[in-house]
Write a protein that binds this ligand. Structure first.
Ligand SMILES: Nc1ncnc2c1ncn2[C@@H]1O[C@H](COP(=O)(O)OP(=O)(O)O)[C@@H](O)[C@H]1O
Ligand SMILES: [Mg+2]
Length: 317
């Protein structure tokens, strides 16, 4: 069953006389009980997509399209209705816990606030709930009085997970939950998130540029390039038979496959290349790729790929 449906989402920023097209015509559906990965190089628009779904974008942003949750378009809901949905129905673990946590509030108080605000609990009730949620993410409740600077990177990430999970949302957006962690801590956080999401029959949008993490956790994967989704498939198919030339080089950069960097410059989001945005870096580029913008085409194995190679490779649109 579909939980969330994003249709034709565009997120543009005005920056001086330039327009940064951070998300362009994004179509994506999240179904129940699935972990969907959003992968792609830094700057391709992953975090902006997560923030758009949480309707957490700044005022200088032009947003259009639809984000349908339970038959309602989040982009047209008033702020007071959105405040009820944020946290309770759709939770988020923001990128960079060091910046997202409040340095002058104890970890316990930051989590308690969530219960006090959304569930209108008394201080005492919220404290008990907080102890439970800390335990759930593997933090000793006796540490609730400590401040973020007293926590290690992995413990801060656990605290972020506690906050994102506190109200048992149906959908959890996790933005780079393993960034900056050592390999051992990374594995612990991956297992923790996976167990929590699976045991509670939740869905998760996992934003990561860590392909190993995506491989371990995801049912489906969407690959982003320059503000667009350029490939969408089951994790199994995409990893075994990546269709888009960009996905192919991205995946060949996995350490176990021997590191290979993608040649050429990252595309500008304010003046992206004409036609296919990847064509200047693509070893298969044809004439059509420079002129026309490709739609999503189906490959033989059923993955969706934004590439003319899957349109029979003709030189005509
Ligand atoms: N408030 C903003 N104003 C202008 N540009 C922004 C703003 N926030 C993000 N961007 C730009 O949007 C693009 C996508 O950013 P982001 O979604 O954070 O990338 P990712 O998470 O994939 O690394 C980047 O080029 C970034 O510079
Ligand atoms: Mg990001």
């Amino acid at each position: 069953m579909s939980l969330l449906k994003i249709e034709g989402l565009r997120v543009f920023f005005r920056s001086g006389d330039r327009i940064v097209k951070a998300n362009n015509s994004i179509n994506l559906e999240v179904t129940d009980n699935e972990i969907i990965g959003i992968i792609g190089e830094t700057g391709c628009g992953k975090s902006i997509l997560g923030r758009a779904i949480m309707t957490l974008l700044s005022d200088n942003t032009e947003v259009s399209g639809k984000i349908i949750y339970k038959d309602k378009d989040l982009l047209t809901l008033p702020e007071n209705k959105l405040r009820d949905i944020r946290g309770k129905n759709i939770g988020i673990i923001l990128q960079n816990p060091a910046a997202a946590l409040n340095p002058v509030l104890s970890i316990g108080n930051q989590i308690s606030e969530v219960f006090r605000y959304h569930e209108k609990m008394s201080k005492q009730e919220a404290k008990i709930k907080t102890a439970g949620i800390l335990e759930m993410v593997g933090i000793d409740p006796d540490r609730a009085g400590e401040y973020p600077h007293q926590f290690s990177g992995g413990m801060k990430q656990r605290a972020m997970i506690a906050m994102g999970m506190a109200l048992s949302p149906e959908i959890l957006i996790a933005d780079e939950p393993t960034k900056g962690l050592d390999p051992e801590t990374k594995d612990i956080i991956v297992t923790l998130l996976q167990d929590l999401v699976r045991n509670r029959n939740m869905s998760m949008i996992l934003i990561t540029h860590d392909l190993d993490v995506a491989e371990k956790m995801c049912d489906r994967i969407a690959v982003m390039y320059a503000g667009e989704i350029i490939e969408l498939a089951s994790a199994q198919d995409i990893l075994a038979e990546p269709g888009h030339p960009y996905t192919q080089v991205l995946l060949s950069s996995l350490p176990k496959k021997g590191l290979r960097s993608i040649s050429g410059e990252s595309p500008s989001l304010s003046s992206p290349p004409s036609g296919c945005r990847f064509h200047p870096r693509c070893e298969y580029a044809m004439d059509i790729c420079k002129q026309d913008h490709p739609d999503m085409f189906f490959t033989d194995i059923g993955t969706e790929v934004r590439c003319f190679l899957y349109n029979g490779g003709q030189d005509q649109p």
